[in-house]
Design a protein around this ligand. Structure first.
Ligand SMILES: O=C(O)CCC(=O)C(=O)O
Ligand SMILES: [Fe+2]
Length: 337
């Protein structure tokens, strides 16, 4: 399967790397990163913890079902319908997930009722350690965005986005484990596992596993549904024991904030015919980063963003906060594009 995404090595924070990252985020809206800092062993352990959790009895998992007013907890099969264009779909998406929300990104801890499985220190330790790691990676990525967008030095330059994503401040950031069960146990006609949607927040980081295809983007370049294959680490990174490239995409909030310069690309999970026949489940691990709740989504002070004024944040007379933007987005009534 051909990889439609650019793979960028972010080991060094410099101008050429930053330009590449901004260009990919501003065209396809999805990209892959190497030099992300996650080891192969760490990611394998994380998938193991995730699989172990989903193997818990359904009754047990349901005890921690996500409450109506919070984003922390278990989402059961059919509990979520991501495709807002089809709100009357009788059943939601055939997948289950566990969200860790209300995070302290410095400590890697969360706030919310926690199943016994994740209270166990060997599981809690893994989750905490990756949340911290994701947060550092997000900061690195945000510095690259700021450099690539040439944010005005006097406004904060390379630190501009980082200052708005303080690790200890409340935010909508969510760490999510997902399980799309074996098609054998489901109607094989039902190949769409997560309806077409855009993500709500800033940047999303995703790990998938070899042989568990399904993610597709609606490419802004070709306007076609395009599968995103699993891609192995390149020779250099493999030798260092690094995990496969991490998939990055831009969410609605960052797209709005950058007057649409960075693209929030529509994507979905659709099982290919062969994986339906083979009866393979898919597990994916996703980190949704959001700015701190109180962050004002004022137009980003960048010459590139000023040049696309009149859209997104640039079209509003009064800046709204990240939290307000998220609440509007969640209400599913909000569309500026
Ligand atoms: O599982 C996947 O590959 C995609 C998940 C996703 O897009 C989401 O949860 O927002
Ligand atoms: Fe998504």
């Amino acid at each position: 399967m051909e990889n439609p995404l650019q793979i960028i090595d972010i080991s060094n924070i410099d101008v050429p790397t930053a330009r590449e990252v901004v260009s990919a985020a501003g065209s396809q809206g999805f990209l892959m990163l190497e030099g992300h800092g996650f080891s192969q062993e760490e990611v394998a352990e994380l998938f193991k913890v995730s699989k172990g959790y989903f193997e818990e009895p359904l009754e047990e998992k349901k005890k921690y079902t996500i409450p109506a007013n919070d984003n922390h907890g278990y989402t059961t099969f059919g509990g979520e319908n991501l495709d807002e264009s089809n709100p009357d779909k009788p059943q939601g998406d055939p997948k289950e997930g566990y969200n860790f929300s209300n995070l302290n990104l410095l400590e890697g801890t969360w706030n919310g009722a926690t199943p016994e499985y994740f209270q166990k220190s060997e599981h809690a330790r893994v989750v905490q350690s990756v949340i911290k790691k994701y947060s550092l990676l997000v900061h690195k990525l945000l510095a690259l965005f700021a450099i690539g967008l040439e944010i005005d030095k006097e406004a904060g330059g390379a630190d501009w986005f980082v200052e708005r994503h303080k690790l200890t401040e409340p935010s909508g950031t969510t760490f999510r484990l997902l399980h799309y069960p074996s098609p054998k146990s489901l109607n094989p006609e039902e190949t769409i596992r997560a309806g077409a949607h855009t993500d709500y927040g800033g940047v999303t980081l995703l790990f998938q596993q070899d042989g568990q295809a399904g993610l597709e983007i609606h490419s802004p370049l070709t306007k076609k549904w395009t599968p995103v294959p699993y891609v192995d680490a390149s020779a250099k990174f493999k030798e260092q024991g690094a995990a496969a490239p991490i998939i990055v995409n831009i969410g609605d909030q960052l797209s709005y904030w950058t007057n649409g310069l960075l693209k929030s690309t529509v994507h979905r999970v659709k099982f290919p015919e062969e994986s339906v026949r083979e009866g393979k489940s898919r597990y994916s691990i996703v980190f949704f980063s959001h700015p701190a709740d109180d962050t004002l989504l004022e137009p980003v002070p960048s010459p590139f963003i000023r040049a696309v004024n009149g859209r997104g944040a640039g079209a509003q007379s009064k800046a709204i906060t990240a939290k307000e933007h998220l609440l509007k987005r969640l209400a599913a009534t909000y569309g500026w594009y």
